[in-house]
Design a protein around this ligand. Structure first.
Ligand code: DOR
Ligand code: ZN
Length: 346
């Protein structure tokens, strides 16, 4: 039995670091485990220009503990009025790594998102031409579509047309949650990939209702049926370079989660790597963890892999019920549970 695993330092290809006091509270958790992270732009107001992304990057770097070896990779929040010239210039200047498509009102701070992909076709054509990845929150937002079907319907209504119109655009289908998304990504060329969160590998939709309503298991896209969780586990551990690590760690203060209208988001950054290691171990695929966590993402984004290494050992990690950090009280994923892998650091 493997008791210690050593892998290249992983990257988180999808994280919410927030701003202000919450950024101060959470930045160190991501910086401890990951070399780089794709930072989501859904601040209020959103990060829609290269200038605002550069300023946000500075605030992230200022919030890191001294001596951190962590690089935030910035993204542009696309709106109906997105400016192709500013986005292309930001990409050329090394400020924007990618751009994020939030369908309007799909999730937290997405009110300024795109109302119809047709509105941003000139921007997407430009991104295709310069090789800039499009990161997609893949859910339709129509109230008449069942919330558990929103990803599958998005594939039919939006993704297929997008790929037909822009066959060379690099697309990351973010935080996939369904068997349909796995089949879709598998059916596309190497320019289409997906991130998979730890929580969608661990929980199915029952987790939101076990013995009562469980707001800390609520995120978007919501967890689906068990068959979908199993399809995600198979994809993540398959060794396919199309799948890589993206935690979608999305912290909200405890009172904003435990509320009559609780926010969507699971805060998994503190034990992210341990959480993935448990899944890969259960699937008998520990030898594939490094590909998923540290190699496939850089390969897709055309970036070098990290030079330093991290290790995990098979031993207990007790996850606390809550984490108090820089004035925020946050409930982490796996709160109160014991994980049988421990992050040993670099
Ligand atoms: O659960 C989620 N939380 N899903 C998202 O897409 C956004 C995120 C957030 O920003 O809180
Ligand atoms: Zn997200």
């Amino acid at each position: 039995m493997t008791d210690t695993i050593t892998l290249r330092r992983p990257d988180d290809w999808h994280v919410h670091l927030r701003d202000g006091a919450m950024l101060e509270a959470v930045a160190s958790f991501t910086a401890k485990q990951f070399g780089r992270a794709i930072v989501m732009p859904n601040l209020s107001p959103p990060v829609t220009s290269a200038a605002s992304a550069a300023a946000y990057r500075d605030r992230i770097i200022a919030a890191l503990p001294a001596g951190s070896d962590f690089t935030p990779l910035m993204t542009c929040y696309l709106t109906d009025d997105a400016d192709a010239d500013d986005i292309a210039a930001g990409h050329a200047a090394g400020i924007f790594t990618a751009a994020k498509l939030y369908p309007a009102n799909a999730t937290t701070n997405s009110a300024h998102g795109v109302t119809d992909v047709a509105h941003i076709m000139p921007v997407l054509e430009r991104m295709q031409a310069i090789g800039m990845p499009l990161l997609v929150h893949g859910e339709v937002t129509d109230g008449d579509i069942d919330i558990f079907d929103r990803e599958a319907v998005f594939i039919e209504r939006v993704m297929k047309g997008l790929i037909a119109a822009l066959p060379d655009l690099k697309i990351v289908f973010e935080h996939i949650t369904t068997e349909q998304a796995v089949h879709f990504v598998d059916s596309c060329g190497p320019n289409v990939a997906a991130t998979i969160t730890p929580h969608h590998l661990h929980i199915n939709r029952n987790a939101m209702f076990t013995g009562g309503m469980r707001p800390h298991a609520y995120c978007l896209p919501v967890a689906k049926r068990e068959m979908h969780r199993l399809a995600l586990r198979k994809a993540a551990t398959s060794g396919s370079p199309k799948y890589f690590l993206g935690t979608d760690s999305a912290p909200h203060e405890i009172h904003a989660k435990e509320s009559a209208c609780g926010c969507a988001g699971i805060f998994n950054a503190p034990y992210a790597l341990e959480s993935y290691a448990v899944v890969f171990d259960e699937e008998g695929a520990l030898d594939r963890l490094e590909g998923f966590a540290s190699l496939h993402g850089p390969q897709f984004y055309g970036l070098p892999v990290n030079e330093t290494m991290v290790s995990l050992e098979r031993s207990g990690t007790a996850v606390p019920d809550a984490i108090e950090s820089a004035g925020s009280k946050l409930v982490p994923f796996h709160a109160g549970a014991q994980l049988n892998w421990r992050f040993l650091s670099s």
